[in-house]
Design a protein around this ligand. Structure first.
Ligand code: PMP
Length: 417
């Protein structure tokens, strides 16, 4: 039988740099050939060889109801019949903005964009425009997408590839970017327009914030006049309907969303108080735009997903993550690995004391992660092919499937001892 994955990857390598459209997918940090997904349903992905995996990637958190959820498929299909993009405003953009602003009280207004990268990049520009200040501060190991100014000590695949930042980013582009250690309140002066943060760090493995850190940061922003930007691209509508800000009881000035709010279609958003948001063109002087922004299929998918989410849904997912975390922690104990988690998010850290910051996060045993990853894949469980990504559990991961993942982990660990 031909190995369709290998065949496709071979073809991809000649026409797509590294064979993939986003680096972590290439398996560079774990080795081997990526599986090419032919289709997906519920908690499973099925590759081009017909191999089924329990999928713990879930499009890095873009999927929360499970793959090909009928309500989402139906909404997209019906929307497509009416056309795929117009270049004029639509009803569903208003409805999605209303829904998000109802669920996230810190946002009076939001603007829809096409990716998390655009959301953070635009929020930073807005913060600079609104404050008249130039500097921004980010935390080492936090990832906010691949805009130039935020490519300093970034997490996710940047970390997995061992890159300090990126070639092609001029020093001038990051000259106004300050980088501080996570979980330590920085001292700000009046040149800082904004502090951007993953309120729960989920791109250097899972690193929960301390409560004092987040509260201290809010206070320091208030004292110095910097805006606090919560990058909730992962945590938004994942930790709960109100995201990390609701969970911790902190009101950021601006928030960025992505992933869940598009049900797997390219949409993201940033939002905040009207007084800040009204600096955006055409209301104000900060330019921001997009041909496909508020796309009809993406807004249909987003509204369909948000319509399915409520407190019970999150309680169910959280219980499943707890079950998984307990099982994985026990299974991985002989390898001295730990399973940091917060609410519906978890990571795997190959070290005994879970990391609190980037320096500690980098100490995870990447080689052991790669071995564990490949064992799990052979056992029918697809985890992220990078040691610094977190895991995602959604509406389709039944308790039985969670137990299957745990049993597979036990077998893999036994084989690695
Ligand atoms: N912010 C965070 C916290 C993210 O995790 C990501 C992507 N994983 C982004 C921003 C960038 O989003 P996108 O890949 O959609 O550009």
């Amino acid at each position: 039988m031909t190995d369709e994955n290998a065949e496709l990857f071979g073809r991809a390598l000649s026409v797509i740099p590294g064979g993939v459209n986003s680096p972590v997918r290439a398996f560079n940090s774990v080795g081997g050939t990526p599986y090419f997904v032919a289709r997906a349903e519920g908690a499973h992905v099925i590759d081009e060889n017909g191999q089924r995996y329990i999928d713990m990637v879930q499009s890095y958190g873009a999927i929360i109801l499970g793959h090909a959820h009928p309500v989402v498929v139906d909404a997209i299909s019906r929307a497509a019949l009416d056309g795929t993009s117009y270049g004029a405003p639509t009803r569903r953009e208003v409805e999605l903005a209303e829904r998000i602003t109802q669920l996230v009280p810190s946002c009076d207004q939001i603007r829809l964009v096409n990716s998390g990268t655009e959301a953070t990049m635009s929020a930073v520009r807005l913060a600079r425009g609104a404050t008249g200040r130039d500097k921004i501060l980010k935390f080492a190991g936090n990832y906010h997408g691949h805009a130039d100014g935020l490519m300093a000590a970034a997490g996710s695949a940047v970390m997995g590839l061992g890159l300090p930042g990126s070639a092609g980013v001029p020093a001038a582009a990051v000259a106004d970017t300050l980088v501080a250690p996570y979980n330590k309140v920085p001292v700000l002066d009046d040149s800082v327009a904004a502090v951007i943060i993953e309120p729960v760090a989920a791109n250097m493995g899972l690193v929960p914030p301390t409560q004092e850190f987040l509260f201290g940061l809010r206070a320091e922003c208030d004292r110095s006049g910097a805006l606090l930007i919560f990058d909730e691209v992962i945590t938004g509508f994942r930790l709960g309907l109100g995201g990390a800000q609701e969970r911790f009881g902190i009101t950021p000035d601006l928030s960025c969303f992505g992933k869940v709010i598009g049900g797997g279609l390219p949409i993201a958003a940033f939002g905040g108080r009207a007084g800040i948001m009204e600096h955006l063109a055409p209301a104000g002087a900060v330019y921001q735009a997009g041909t496909l922004s508020g796309n009809p299929l993406a807004t249909a998918a987003g509204l369909a997903v948000l319509g399915e989410l409520d407190a019970d849904f999150y309680a169910t997912i959280e219980a499943r993550v707890s079950r998984l975390v307990a099982g994985l922690a026990a299974a991985l104990k002989p390898l001295a690995a730990t399973v940091p988690h917060l609410g519906t998010l978890y990571g795997i850290y190959f070290g005994e004391n879970p990391a609190q910051d980037y320096d500690a996060a980098k100490l995870t045993n990447e080689k052991l992660y790669a071995d564990f990853f490949h064992g799990m894949l052979r056992g029918g469980v697809a985890m992220a092919p990078g040691a610094y990504e977190v895991g995602f559990v959604g509406g389709a991961h039944s308790d039985e499937l969670i137990d299957e993942v745990i049993a597979t982990a036990q077998e893999v660990v036994a084989g690695l001892l």
